[in-house]
Design a protein around this ligand. Structure first.
Ligand code: ZN
Length: 77
């Protein structure tokens, strides 16, 4: 996940999935807060791919379904 950080304003954008989206956040911030100028100390950071809670929930449901299928198969055979 990528984030845009403006040190001058002391703000950080929400995490976005691509560097291009972080560049969009940067352009939006430059226009809104700095009249299109480039502030000192801005940067785009990458903190790895984070698993969302929705992804975690899907994995837990999938594991539960597989375990239930194994349990059911074991009961029927
Ligand atoms: Zn700023």
């Amino acid at each position: 996940m990528y984030r845009y950080r403006c040190e001058r304003c002391g703000t950080t954008s929400p995490s976005v999935r691509s560097r291009d989206l972080a560049h969009t956040e940067r352009a939006r911030h430059r226009d809104a807060a700095h009249s299109g100028h480039i502030p000192d100390g801005e940067k785009i950071t990458y903190d790895g791919d984070q698993i969302s809670s929705t992804d975690t929930r899907r994995v837990v449901i999938l594991i539960a379904v597989v375990l239930a299928a194994i349990w059911l198969y074991d009961k029927l055979t």
